[in-house]
Write a protein that binds this ligand. Structure first.
Ligand code: FES
Length: 107
């Protein structure tokens, strides 16, 4: 198991504009979290629209409210290895303003 400095919550947008892209992102995020042994330290939550639809798919990592947009699988790997494991947000992939809202999807 990999040890990280701080437990993290990944809020992946499942709103209408992000939903299709988020499916692939979710699978990759879950795969990498499992593969890197982070399952007990990283929680993945699906949210409603985060108000950044033009930048989707969108992922907000907390603590810190770091919001990433236009995600692809390469970006997810970078976020897992650099942000979740080493605690350093991937600045080049951050959106300039954090997500406007984080509201969990009811399941
Ligand atoms: S649908 Fe994802 S930010 Fe709006």
């Amino acid at each position: 198991m990999t040890t990280i400095n701080q437990n993290a919550i990944c809020h992946l947008c499942g709103g209408d504009d992000c939903r299709d892209g988020a499916k692939k992102i979710r699978r990759e995020l879950e795969r990498l979290i499992e593969q890197r042994g982070l399952a007990s330290q990283v929680e993945l939550r699906m949210t409603k629209c985060q108000g950044r639809c033009e930048d989707g798919p969108v992922l907000t990592v907390m603590p810190g409210a770091n919001t990433y947009g236009e995600l692809n699988t390469a970006a997810v790997a970078e976020i897992v290895d650099q942000h979740l494991i080493r605690g350093q947000p991937v600045r080049a992939r951050l959106l300039k303003k954090a997500a406007k809202k984080l509201k969990a999807l009811k399941r």
